[in-house]
Design a protein around this ligand. Structure first.
Ligand SMILES: [Fe+2]
Length: 534
């Protein structure tokens, strides 16, 4: 392609000078424009593309320096060369300060101007090429950025979609926490992920499900649905305490936590390199927390991982609530809660199957007392979950082999309220919640938590109270052997009117006398003890 001829502008109030340079440079192949003053020069520059401007310095109205300044304001890429007949250092400095690229001293020779022109044009070309190159680089960088953003967006959509399809495929709430921890670990490449049941009533986080990287734990692929010890999977005590402390902070302020690089500031042991906790809220209240940790390698969680974790918890809560709207919800959620109780009881051989037995005895009594089938369902449910609030009690108190101190007993006394809070949060079982809350109230008003009296205590709770007391006395405890059955019956009878509702004691004794509550004395194993109930 033929190169466009360069156009030069000469500005001088001497017409002779303009004619000479014009002729000379046109012969040399340039386009030449001339102006006899600054104003005309500016008009040409505004209308035409000028590649270089030579201007005399001493001109009437507008001198060369002023012209250079005004050209710069119009187009700062036009190189301006000053021609002066009166050189001085001051003027030279001022000239260059005005953005002028060079100055020539009069009288001038044409080849001297030409040399200067060639040099200035070359510099300008380089300057323009640099600008083009810079623009090209910027364009390329912008494209790369857009590309990365697009790739990230596609990846993000893929992940969010995966989370949603995993969650919508869940048909039972019993498996939901296992799926959630497994999915969390895979999606954010964590070494461990755990779900803890905890809320403002359950003061001690209760680990419900765990997923561990097989590279860290070659023998462990999946944790059981319920991990009762809280100490399994190489989790040492310090780590557990540090995590529990952080969990309680999250439960209280409800803000997700991201520790990208663990420097020990939040008390986390150094084997955890990166850590996150996100609360899971059901009905606007914290129900539990999902945690994730990196224990090896260089990967560190960032804001994006926290976003994914929050997305998982948010949609898990939806899934739980949605499950509640469809079939099987009662059984599903009940199974989950019941599994918690079983896990609690499994830790203590003395309480194994306690809830099942209490439920059976209480249901039998309610039946005799003419309760409706709906009430029988309620007492069966409440019986099996009545001690679920013990999830929130510290192990050192709950599993203490000896007698409890007064303070420790005060803590144990919180379990009916905690249990009611857990059940209540799901919003499905108002009646059951009330029975659980009242199962330690006494007929004479000396019970807890509210000190209710007589008929203030729901009937089903009064029934449950007798069944609970009976089974407690009829079972071995860490600090005492189980009592003789005759002694138990005497204690229950003596409690009529004080601890228990007399009418219900009568029903219990009648059932016992009729042989409908039979303790299988031949089998001392608590967990296989059977009651024969019609
Ligand atoms: Fe209890």
């Amino acid at each position: 392609m033929k190169e466009k001829r360069k156009k030069i502008l000469f500005v001088d109030d001497e017409i002779n000078m303009l004619e000479i340079v014009s002729e000379y440079f046109q012969v040399k192949g340039y386009q030449v424009a001339t102006a006899i003053n600054g104003q005309k020069a500016l008009e040409i520059i505004q209308q035409d593309t000028i590649d270089c401007c030579f201007t005399d310095i001493n001109m009437p109205e507008m001198n060369g320096l002023e012209l250079a300044e005004r050209i710069r304001k119009i187009d700062n890429s036009i190189p301006v060369v000053i021609m002066t007949g009166n050189p001085s250092l001051d003027r030279a400095i001022k000239t260059m300060k005005n953005g002028v690229v060079d100055f020539l001293i009069k009288p001038l020779k044409l080849d001297q101007i030409e040399l200067c022109l060639v040099r200035v044009l070359r510099e300008r070309q380089i300057f323009e090429e640099n600008i083009l190159l810079k623009k090209e680089i910027e364009h390329k960088q912008r494209l790369e950025k857009i590309n990365i953003e697009l790739t990230n967006k596609v990846e993000e959509l893929y992940i969010l979609n995966k989370i949603m399809s995993n969650l919508t495929a869940i048909s039972s709430s019993t498996e939901i926490f296992n799926i959630v921890v497994e999915m969390t670990r895979e999606i954010i490449h964590a070494d461990e992920s755990h779900f803890y049941l905890v809320n403002d009533s359950v003061k001690k986080p209760f680990k419900v499900a765990s997923s561990l990287s097989t590279k860290n734990h070659p023998d462990t692929i999946n944790a059981d649905m319920i991990n009762t010890s809280g100490l399994a999977f190489d989790t040492d005590n310090n780590e557990l305490q540090a995590i529990e402390k952080l969990i309680l902070e999250i439960v209280s302020d409800e803000i997700p936590l991201l520790i990208s690089k663990n420097m020990g500031a939040r008390g986390l042991p150094e084997n955890i390199m990166s850590f996150m906790i996100v609360p899971l809220k059901i009905r606007k209240k914290v129900f539990g927390v999902l945690t994730a940790s990196v224990k090896q390698g260089n990967a560190r969680f960032d804001e994006r991982d926290l976003y994914y974790l929050s997305f998982i918890t948010h949609n898990t809560a939806y899934a739980i609530e949605n499950l509640a709207l469809y079939e099987n919800i009662y059984e599903n959620l009940f199974s989950t809660l019941y599994a918690f109780v079983k896990a609690l009881e499994a830790r203590d051989i003395y309480t194994q199957l306690h809830s099942d037995r209490v439920s059976k005895i209480a249901t039998a009594m309610a039946k005799v007392m003419g309760c409706s089938s709906e009430e029988l369902d309620i007492i069966d449910f409440a019986g099996r979950l009545h001690d679920i609030g013990k999830i929130g009690i510290r192990d050192d108190i709950l599993l203490k082999p000896g007698k409890l101190t007064k303070d420790e007993f005060e803590i144990i006394k919180e379990h009916p309220v905690i249990g009611a809070a857990i059940i209540g949060q799901l919003g499905l079982w108002d009646n059951e919640q009330l029975i659980i809350k009242c199962h330690h109230e006494r007929y004479d008003g000396k019970g807890y938590p509210a000190g209710l009296k007589k008929e203030e205590i729901p009937l089903l709770a009064r029934i449950l109270s007798v069944a609970d007391a009976f089974d407690a006395m009829d079972s071995d405890r860490a600090y005492r052997k189980k009592m003789e059955i005759e002694k138990i019956i005497t204690i229950i009878k003596d409690g009529a009117g004080t601890q228990f509702d007399p009418k219900i004691v009568d029903v219990f004794c009648k059932l016992y006398q009729e042989g409908k509550i039979i303790n299988d004395k031949n089998n001392s194993n608590v967990s296989t003890k059977k009651y024969l109930i019609n």
